[in-house]
Design a protein around this ligand. Structure first.
Ligand SMILES: Cc1cc2nc3c(=O)[nH]c(=O)nc-3n(C[C@H](O)[C@H](O)[C@H](O)COP(=O)(O)OP(=O)(O)OC[C@H]3O[C@@H](n4cnc5c(N)ncnc54)[C@H](O)[C@@H]3O)c2cc1C
Ligand SMILES: Cc1cc2nc3c(=O)[nH]c(=O)nc-3n(C[C@H](O)[C@H](O)[C@H](O)COP(=O)(O)O)c2cc1C
Length: 787
């Protein structure tokens, strides 16, 4: 078998090693245009987990790599004169040059043919090869040549960055956030060998411009960065090696394989340097390719298996890198934060590190985070303990005159169980049990303002006395038996109306017994859905009045709060999204026009709703679709509602159009809440795949939302909040007197359960390589277990 590998970076060399080990008889050649010891950049970093993988796949190169590595455990965040450190992270650094030399040596040993200073311009040169590996880096010539087939997407990010080195020693992965007269600069720095550290500098394009960096030579810009970061470099110089300022290319490819050619490493997909995973991805691609080649019967099948088996993992890493890079791009959002909260945000930005997890590694830091949060709550007029505060989830919050005892909310969820819009006993038990279960605030399901405003026959309504009476009964029960507040969500289904119950086919049109549906524009949801009638002014006025009438009934029921549903593609959302609003009157066109009707409805309801009671609006912050709403639009939408008097923006996403492409994952909508809260400066509630109290605390403590809604977790467990209160020892959590013995028991047991759990976690956690190295230093007779 003959294999030609174009590119002698980590992806090319490691795939050569693994394939040669697997097929010693194969003719494997690597072609690299640079000299063998000619490399840009300084260090690379790997996590302990990545090194475990290397150990499994090629122990000899692993041994050499780890001999050369610098290990460290801590992450340090420097911001406004403070430094916060967190241990237990397990990172290793090594020079890129050394890594490549080790891989070259190992490849040679195995019999791989290595060619340097050979630039490949045409794959025809390898017409007789069985497999051609395209590992030619982020500017891949061959990805470009076959762009029609691979369908690459190269998203050049806005921030400028450069990769420099220094002789400054560092004992932690260090983030420095430096204020300058031009704007914020960030350094991502780590030591990779004795006397050498990597310094990646990053800033936004405006700050770059204002700082006069445009057009400076490498030497000049290094001098400028030395001045900006002088207090952190301690007189050590910055070193340059092709240290040009660039924009990071986020690269993805629709296809990874063409005939017998396969993309690997940066040529195929990049991951932002802030999660240090580019080299990891490249080398793990090589592992995945070797695995596929080992088990598949033909090269075609192997390449197919590689692409299909590996894609999800790569996309997950890229998603984490995306979340992280966006955090750095928008660091100005958090610049006014308290340094402790800021540092907490840095640590938890990419979701892998959480509040509880930090609580184990750095309890004093998390205690500080809690205190900072509690002090902020106190400045809002709450007489709470700031010295030994409860976790953020159990801190109170106030909107107008409404006070909620904790930050956990039952998200609005249709139960599809009403009859003619009248809530049933099911609803009384459903809402009642969640109120008793301890949530601070409970939202009703989308309650419709008229019979033809319903999504389904099972939706609740509030347009007649019978409905009002049952809602009053529910509200009275909640107020009489719990400490929860209850918010009425009012909506109109628009073009998603006259559809089946969730369990009969969500959003599918009713075959019989439906009603005529309306929308901003006559565009059906599914191709076979009813074509909605475009609303005229008279119909808009009628519907606005229905919202007002329902709000007045809601007040009579005793609801504490009112939410206007402008999300998920329902009527008011259909006005806001450009994908569903193609009107040519003053309600279509620019965002300002598309918002006009939802704002009119909001203003009319606000005028009818008591001034002391708060109102929120639920929005879809993005349509997750080409040409649709984006996070930036959501900030504008939130600002407009904020000016109209909204107290809270309930930030959801999507469900506007059928062909949307949401990126799901843990807490996947939280970045939008973060953006809206910290750019539009309005209080927000976030929601979406938030499943644990740990995540709730992580979000709140990082200042990414003010309230956190949980939908499905509350369907599975009405006492979600009481359980969390027991876990965090929030003794003040409300419990009705009838249930007190249960509360006492769960609080008592939780202390022990938590201790057991933490001990298990600590005992079960393997030592990081940095810890093993420290142990070995203390006791030289003891071998390094992981090496
Ligand atoms: C600023 C910065 C910081 C980074 N920090 C880290 C980090 O801390 N940790 C980490 O893991 N990763 C880091 N990375 C990412 C890392 O450098 C890359 O992700 C990794 O090198 C990808 O490996 P690769 O083999 O796919 O590509 P490359 O390393 O780019 O190798 C491709 C090779 O192909 C050669 N080549 C290209 N075209 C041809 C041709 N036509 N003929 C012959 N040869 C050719 C090139 O000369 C090059 O040597 C960083 C990247 C940047 C830009
Ligand atoms: C069965 C069900 C019904 C829902 N009904 C509504 C609703 O009436 N109004 C609304 O705004 N969102 C509704 N949603 C969306 C939820 O409020 C929430 O945003 C979504 O479930 C994501 O949160 P989760 O991951 O915590 O479940 C519903 C979700 C589910 C699962």
């Amino acid at each position: 078998m003959k294999v030609a590998i174009i590119g002698g970076g980590p992806a090319g060399l490691y795939s050569a090693i693994l394939l040669k080990k697997q097929r010693p008889d194969a003719d494997i050649a690597v072609y690299e245009r640079n000299r063998h010891d000619d490399t840009f950049g300084f260090g690379v970093v790997f996590s302990d987990a990545t090194l475990d993988n290397f150990e499994k796949y090629d122990p000899p190169s692993y041994q050499r790599i780890t001999q050369e590595f610098a290990y460290w455990d801590d992450i340090a965040v420097h911001f406004r004169g403070t430094v916060h450190r967190v241990g237990g992270n397990g990172f290793c650094g090594c020079s890129r040059r050394m890594l490549l030399l080790i891989l070259q040596e190992r490849a040679r040993e195995l019999g791989v043919r290595l060619f340097f200073e050979v630039e490949i311009t045409d794959e025809e040169k390898f017409a007789d090869a069985d497999l051609i590996v395209l590992a030619d880096g982020s500017n891949s010539r061959f990805r470009g040549k076959f762009a029609d087939h691979f369908q690459p997407e190269v998203d050049l990010r806005s921030n400028k960055f450069t990769w420099m080195g220094s002789t400054k020693p560092l004992d932690a992965f260090t983030f420095v956030f430096q204020e300058t007269e031009w704007g914020p600069f960030i350094a991502h720095a780590y030591q990779y060998e004795v006397g050498r550290s990597t310094w990646i500098f990053e800033t936004d394009p405006d700050t770059f411009e204002r700082a006069g960096l445009t057009g400076l030579s490498e030497e000049e810009s290094a001098k400028r960065m030395e001045t900006i970061f002088s207090e952190f470099l301690d007189g050590h110089p910055l070193l340059i090696n092709r240290s040009m300022w660039r924009n990071f290319p986020m690269i993805r490819n629709q296809r990874w394989v063409k005939d017998n050619m396969v993309l690997l490493g940066d040529a195929k997909a990049t991951a932002h340097f802030s999660i240090g995973s580019g080299t990891k991805l490249a080398m793990e691609d090589a592992i995945a390719l070797a695995d596929a080649m080992r088990s598949a019967p033909t090269i075609d099948a192997a390449l197919n298996a590689y692409e299909h088996g590996r894609r999800e993992e790569v996309e997950k890493t890229q998603h984490a890198a995306d979340v992280s890079l966006v955090w750095f791009e928008h660091v100005d959002r958090f610049w006014d934060f308290d340094p402790v909260q800021f540092a907490f945000g840095v640590m938890t930005r990419a979701k892998a590190i959480t509040y509880d997890n930090l609580g184990l590694r750095a309890p004093e830091f998390v205690a500080e985070v809690d205190k900072v949060f509690a002090r902020q709550v106190r400045t809002r007029g709450f007489d709470i303990n700031v010295e030994k505060p409860v976790a953020p989830m159990f801190q109170p919050f106030k909107l107008r005159d409404m006070v909620v005892r904790n930050r956990a909310v039952v998200s609005p969820m249709c139960m599809y169980s009403a009859k003619e819009g009248v809530p049933q006993d099911f609803h009384l038990v459903h809402y009642g049990s969640r109120a008793i279960g301890g949530a601070g605030l409970i939202f009703t399901e989308m309650t419709c303002v008229g019979p033809d405003a319903r999504i389904t026959h099972g939706c609740t309504g509030l347009w007649n006395d019978e409905q009002e009476a049952m809602w009053r009964r529910i509200v009275d029960f909640v107020h009489g038996n719990s400490a929860a507040k209850i918010c009425l969500q009012l909506g109109h289904a628009g073009r998603k109306g006259a559809t089946k119950l969730m369990w009969d086919g969500i959003d599918r049109p009713l075959e019989e017994g439906g009603w005529d549906v309306v929308s901003a524009s006559p565009i059906p949801y599914f191709p076979d859905s009813q074509v909605p009638c475009e609303l005229d002014r008279a119909a808009m006025s009628r519907i606005k009045q229905e919202f007002v009438d329902a709000a007045i009934r809601g007040d009579r029921c005793g609801f504490d709060m009112l939410e206007l549903h402008c999300a998920h593609g329902y009527l008011l959302a259909s006005f806001i999204s450009p994908l569903t609003n193609t009107r040519t009157d003053e309600y279509g066109g620019a965002l300002e026009n598309r918002l006009r009707f939802p704002l009119e409805v909001f203003a009319a309801m606000r005028a009818a709703w008591p001034a002391l009671k708060p109102m929120s609006v639920r929005i879809s912050a993005t349509d997750w679709a080409e040409g649709g709403l984006t996070g930036d639009d959501a900030v504008e939408v939130a600002r407009a509602f904020g000016e109209a008097g909204v107290d809270l923006v309930d930030v959801s996403t999507g469900q506007t159009v059928r062909d949307s492409r949401p990126i799901y994952g843990r807490m996947f909508q939280t970045p939008f809440s973060d953006q809206v809260r910290n750019e539009a400066h309005v209080a927000t509630m976030c929601v979406g795949n938030i499943t644990s109290a740990d995540q709730v605390n992580t979000i709140l403590a990082a200042g990414r939302a003010d309230l956190v809604a949980l939908g499905r977790p509350h369907l599975a467990d009405p006492s979600f909040v009481l359980r969390a209160a027991a876990w965090y020892g929030a003794a003040d959590a409300y419990c009705p007197p009838q249930y007190l013995p249960g509360k006492e028991q769960i609080f008592r047991n939780s202390v022990r359960d938590r201790q057991d759990f933490e001990e298990l976690k600590i005992k079960g956690k393997p030592k990081t390589r940095a810890e093993l190295k420290a142990d070995a230093k203390a006791d030289p007779a003891k071998p390094l277990a992981a090496e």
